[in-house]
Design a protein around this ligand. Structure first.
Ligand code: NAD
Length: 344
């Protein structure tokens, strides 16, 4: 498990591995860049097949956070943590107390927040051990659950891309993959403007709720890609735009919350060749980190968040226009803009 030779290593400033015999904690924190400020990005709890899979995830996700924070105009670098979910029963409180204590050892170069698999309770447990945590729902500077703001950002980007492609959201057919914290609210916002929803999730209760709340049509997880829709919004996990799925897509626009949607960068070109407008994930899903950044920077207010969200819309609009002018892919243009902003 070499780090510097790892395919996903991208001149990360530091990569930390943590192990605790007592609790069974196995975790990584990766700090990709602190060029713009302390690194920030959520902690993910996931059942990884092995530590190499977890390392790959943390390296990719932390780089994504550098790009996301830079593109959202935040004074934050990029970092991420992954905790490997222990097999069987485990003491969640003890695990996250230990993890919180370990965050201190990174010395303020990394701020954490909630990501997939984590709960507000887990974040409160971490907070008992470290001040380097944001996105809490109580306390002086609390900015609350970031997911609704992420969903708001995703919805704005869907609308902007639809406008650019001359698609009215009223009556537009939208496929949403993943109906968790973000996906549910994306569905709610789309339903409110009259979009027709086709949805999927591996959690059948989540699917039933969206179908009953918003009159959505349910399909199986495998069927979501081939739906005859105008827009596809991936709000589950990464790498879902890959050689197996791109040929199935009928959507003209892709804009969703999931991180690292392209399995490999070449998928950006594959999408463009098929006439699909891909809205780069880390531009689209910055709402949550914007909300959290306000808390870290001590500048949190609804107006500040609104200003930054409008900045996201402007950035996506610039990317789409540049892509149309130059014939280059939206993800290449976004990557270049992000790397310039982080001094790479
Ligand atoms: P979540 O865990 O609440 O929801 C994810 C949902 O996806 C779950 O309902 C899960 O059952 C479903 N899912 C998992 N695998 C699936 C599959 N193969 N097919 C269909 N559904 C599947 O997570 P969330 O907070 O809603 O975040 C969704 C995505 O957006 C994640 O990739 C996350 O990293 C990203 N993201 C979230 C935020 C945020 O503010 N929460 C911010 C930025 C990015």
């Amino acid at each position: 498990m070499a780090i510097f030779e790892h395919k996903s290593f991208d001149a990360h400033e530091s990569v930390h591995s943590f192990y605790d015999l007592g609790t069974g904690l196995k975790a990584f924190i990766a700090v990709h860049s602190t060029h713009l400020g302390p690194s920030a990005g959520g902690t993910r709890l996931w059942s990884y097949a092995n530590s190499d899979a977890a390392l790959r995830d943390v390296l990719r996700l932390s780089r994504g956070m550098s790009y996301k924070n830079a593109m959202a105009g935040l004074k934050l670098g990029g970092g991420k943590a992954v905790v490997m979910k222990p097999d069987g029963d485990f003491d969640r409180t003890a695990l996250f107390r230990k993890f919180g204590a370990y965050i201190n050892t990174v010395g303020g170069a990394y701020y954490t927040a909630e990501d997939v698999g984590m709960t507000p309770d887990d974040m409160r447990t971490i907070r008992t051990q470290t001040k380097y945590v944001a996105g809490l729902d109580e306390g002086d500077a609390a900015s609350g659950d970031p997911s609704p703001v992420t969903a708001d950002g995703v919805f704005r980007c869907i609308k902007l891309a639809a406008d650019k492609r001359g698609i009215a959201l009223k009556g537009a057919r939208v496929a949403v993959q993943g109906l968790g914290h973000v996906g549910y609210t994306v569905c709610k916002l789309l339903n409110a403007v009259g979009a027709k929803l086709v949805v999927t999730d591996i959690n059948t209760d989540a699917v039933k709720k969206v179908c009953s709340d918003f009159g959505a049509k349910m399909v199986t997880p495998d069927e979501i890609y081939a739906q005859d829709v105008d827009i596809f919004s991936p709000c589950a996990l990464g790498a879902i735009l890959n050689p197996d799925t791109v040929d199935q897509l009928k959507a003209k626009i892709i804009a969703g919350a999931a991180n690292n949607q392209l399995s490999v960068p070449a998928m950006g070109q594959e999408l463009q060749d098929r006439g699909i407008l891909y809205c780069p994930d880390y531009v689209v899903n910055a709402g949550g980190i914007i909300n959290i950044a306000g808390e870290i920077e001590g500048s949190y207010s609804k107006d500040w968040v609104e200003e930054k969200l409008q900045g996201v819309e402007k950035t996506l609009s610039d990317i789409i226009e540049q892509a149309a002018k130059t014939g280059r892919t939206t993800d290449t243009i976004a990557d270049e803009m992000a790397r310039a902003r982080i001094g790479r």
